[in-house]
Design a protein around this ligand. Structure first.
Ligand code: GN1
Ligand code: MG
Length: 372
């Protein structure tokens, strides 16, 4: 493996000796590796990734989007007086000036600069870090608020079109093997029973009640790099799904992950609930950079977006379970079922906390901070 990875790095004109490497295990889609090379006694680190071609059908378009978005963010940072190279991603190019390389197996690779002294976290109880992660995603959206959305390809069609996710779910129910269908009966029944509520934002957007903005669309907290020492956010990463979407998608996806008292695939469902202190910290951070840009309906449905994203993802995990685990990487046989169960438990808890969560959103929009 090591030799293969080194050979790919060479295509991007990385030279020197490879002195260390390891697989980076987070992420359910692409394969990622940290690589270190030494040249003239200086060490340089990189992140090499193999793109999942089952998920991304036109990876060259993904890379075109990424080039445009990273260039834009870079110029925004510079114009605002932030010249730190740690606040944006840098991708390397091959000899023929492409920011990707396709090998003899038709595997699709890209390589970016490893940002020094950066860490990612998968979960945390530290409210300052949670606020910071909220701020990073809010600011990311704010930075791209005047980016021409028509310049972006739709890298995964209908990624957060919940109605389409439900169509795929229903098809998987029809085509599933009977054993899995029986095992997942309760989960299927629940998700079908909330279809209308889950699809509400998609329908509102289609009726032009909610605006499409340039959104990240995959706002798990491990897609924010933090400074190892200060724990301040440096840079938002994993830009594969940056495309037009709803602000509640980014808010909701991040909050359903970081404010869950348990991890995304927890099998201890008693532990799964939305932690209101975390939700408060996240909301404060996320809304600060963008609250002045939001419409009344966006504010009204912001917390609702957390329910929608938990439900949509539960539907996606269960669809994949019924389809025989073709989309998300799994670590054991019923992993996708466990993930779906966890997101369903979370969705139910979010639904019962909706009034309180709405109240918190309005507090931060109006900048009234009250202790609960
Ligand atoms: C996938 O690979 P990762 O962790 O960045 C998925 C997201 C899901 C997430 C669930 C392109 O993201 O939509 O929310 O898993 N990305 C894609 O953990 O489908
Ligand atoms: Mg991703």
């Amino acid at each position: 493996m090591r030799d293969k990875l080194i050979a790919v790095c060479r295509k991007f004109r990385v030279d020197g000796d490879c002195v260390d490497w390891r697989a980076i295990s987070n992420g359910l889609i692409n394969d990622s590796y940290w690589m270190e090379f030494r040249k003239d006694e200086r060490d340089k680190q990189y992140v090499l990734q193999r793109i999942n071609l089952h998920v991304f059908k036109s990876p060259d378009k993904v890379m075109e989007n990424i080039e445009r978005v990273t260039d834009y963010i870079k110029s925004k940072c510079k114009n605002s007086g932030n010249s730190s190279k740690r606040s944006y991603m840098t991708f390397y190019h091959t000899k023929d000036n492409k920011n990707y390389y396709i090998d003899d197996n038709n595997d699709f690779w890209r390589i970016s600069k490893y940002i020094q002294n950066s860490i990612i976290i998968d979960d945390t109880d530290d409210l300052d870090i949670i606020r910071e992660i909220g701020f990073a995603f809010g600011q990311f959206q704010e930075k791209l608020s005047d980016f021409p959305a028509e310049m972006l390809y739709e890298t995964i069609k209908d990624f957060h079109t919940t109605t389409k996710r439900y169509q795929a779910f229903k098809k998987s129910i029809e085509e599933s093997n009977i054993e899995r269908l029986i095992i997942a009966k309760n989960e299927i029944d629940y998700l079908l029973s909330v279809e209308e509520q889950a699809c509400k934002l998609t329908i509102m957007a289609e009726n032009r009640l909610l605006p499409y903005r340039v959104t990240h669309n995959d706002t798990k907290c491990n897609n924010v790099l933090l400074d190892e020492d200060t724990r301040k956010a440096l840079c938002v990463i994993d830009l594969d799904t940056v495309m037009p979407g709803l602000v509640m998608h980014d808010f909701g996806d991040a909050a359903r992950y970081i404010c869950n008292n348990a991890c995304e695939d927890s099998r201890d469902l008693n532990k799964v609930h939305i932690d209101i202190s975390k939700f408060r910290a996240f909301t404060e951070g996320f809304l600060l950079p963008i609250k002045h840009t939001l419409t009344e309906l966006e504010i009204e449905y912001m917390a609702y977006g957390v329910f929608v994203m938990a439900t949509e993802l539960a539907t996606r995990f269960l669809t994949d379970y019924l389809n025989g685990d073709k989309y998300f990487k799994i670590n054991y046989t019923d992993h996708n079922l466990a993930r779906a169960r966890c997101q369903i438990a979370l969705a139910k808890d979010i639904y019962s906390n909706m009034n309180l969560m709405n109240k918190i959103v309005y507090e931060y929009v109006n900048q009234l901070v009250m202790a609960i």
